[in-house]
Design a protein around this ligand. Structure first.
Ligand code: HEC
Ligand code: HEC
Length: 358
């Protein structure tokens, strides 16, 4: 191997002139020293997904709590029919979503909106397309009771879980301080603690942000540049390349009625504030290549089309086919290591357990 002929002192001078020194982010992430202008520009807009689970305020994730949450996440007996679990609509083999425009819930009913991915949801500032749940704990109770989703009958969740004997020791270990550990309060906490582990670090883009200029292809680099130059980063930035603010869908031009139907007013339905009409949570673009179809309507099946619609409606720009392909290639670099999920063996029912209702 050749050794560099420059003396160390000269190297230090060079790096001081051209290079941003390595830094440690708030999450403890190390961003290597670099002078690559595209990496430096990207660091102004984005942060890598940290290794390890996301943190949920007020929840201390013990291994027992996460194991319980994992069982509950995959357990269809949290639904009235015992046919639907969280994983039915947030499938880890499908990028944490369900590959449908809108989901099929209880009695084959169609929901009103596309199921967003659960992957990295812990890094979203609020949950749901309209932000009506403040965090993963507040979110998790919703689908269990929602009549078009899991449709668990009021008051039936706790008796059902208590009638499956294997759950008692799992809840006791997960909630050692609770006198009555199986409750409407503890179930969402356990599920949320598990969901916080569903993160996808180490995407090519994360390696690029950390300083590996070779982690993106030339086309992905052009796409990243177009993404930033087009102003996509005004909304899609930070750790989740989104998930940090609300924005009107149709800021510059109205999307077509099938993509943004008049009836779903988004955030306006929550706040009643006219400024919020058609505002939605800016979704994460992490793993976006895995979770077609797109938008809250799930009405757009190709990522190329979704990108062109965004350019027109949000930044007032018509992208060429080449620019579109570049941006889509960049979005492909946001696919990280998918969670390694082993289907948990769920505690069995007995003859006395609560039966499914059809
Ligand atoms: C029948 C399909 C279905 C089932 C079952 C289901 N979900 Fe969802 N989930 C959805 C849909 C649809 C949305 C979006 C609804 C909205 O925003 O109005 C959603 C939203 C979410 C979100 C918000 C993500 C984000 O970025 O805003 C999380 C987290 C989530 N679900 C977790 C769960 C958990 C945990 C369970 C089980 C307790 C569950 N879901 C069961 C369909 C489902
Ligand atoms: C003004 C804010 C804003 C800007 C700028 C913006 N977006 Fe979006 N983006 C959103 C919102 C809000 C949604 C969700 C729309 C909906 O479904 O209601 C979204 C959705 C998307 C989706 C679909 C995500 C999913 O999960 O279905 C993609 C892909 C996307 N944006 C890419 C882009 C690209 C590429 C650009 C730049 C050309 C861009 N966005 C610019 C706010 C923005």
């Amino acid at each position: 191997m050749k050794t560099l002929a420059l003396p160390l002192a000269a190297l230090a001078v060079l790096s001081a002139a051209a290079c941003k020194p390595s830094e440690t982010t708030q999450d403890g992430d190390t961003l290597a020293a670099t002078s690559d202008p595209l990496i430096l520009a990207a660091r102004d807009n984005f942060k890598p997904i940290p290794e390890g689970p996301a943190q949920i305020a007020g929840v201390t994730a013990t291994p027992e709590l996460v194991a319980l949450g994992e069982a509950l996440y995959f357990d269809p007996r949290l639904s009235q029919s015992h046919a639907l679990s969280c994983a039915s609509c947030h499938n880890m083999g499908l990028g944490g979503a369900d590959a449908r425009p809108t989901s099929i819930g209880h009695h084959w009913q169609l929901g009103g909106r596309n199921a967003p991915t659960v992957l990295n949801a812990g890094y979203n500032f609020v949950q749901f397309w309209d932000g009506r749940a403040e965090d993963l704990v507040a979110q998790a109770a919703g689908p269990i009771a929602n009549p078009v989703e899991m449709a668990m009958l009021t008051g039936q969740l706790v008796p059902t879980l208590k009638s499956i004997p294997g759950y008692a020791p799992m809840f006791a270990k997960a909630f050692p301080a609770e006198a009555d550990p199986i409750s409407e309060k503890t179930v969402p906490i356990a599920i949320a603690a598990y969901e916080a582990t569903l993160v996808t670090p180490n995407a090519p883009f994360d390696r690029f942000l950390r300083g590996d200029a070779a982690a993106l292809t030339d086309q992905q680099k052009r796409g990243l540049k177009s993404f930033m130059d087009s102003g996509c980063t005004a909304c899609h930035s930070g750790t989740n390349v989104g998930g940090a603010m609300y924005a009107k869908f149709g800021l510059v031009a109205d999307p077509s009625e099938d993509v943004r139907p008049a009836a779903d007013t988004g955030r306006f339905a929550i706040t009643g504030d006219e400024a919020d009409r058609y505002a939605f949570k800016v979704p994460t673009l992490r793993n976006i290549a895995l979770s077609a179809p797109y938008f809250h309507t799930g009405s757009v099946w190709s990522l190329d089309d979704a990108v062109q619609i965004m350019a027109k409606t949000q930044v007032g720009k018509t992208l060429s086919a080449g620019e579109t392909a570049d941006i889509v290639a960049f979005l492909g670099a946001l696919t990280g290591d998918q969670p390694k999920v082993a289907m948990p063996v769920l505690p069995p029912v007995t003859g006395k357990s609560v039966k499914p209702v059809n």
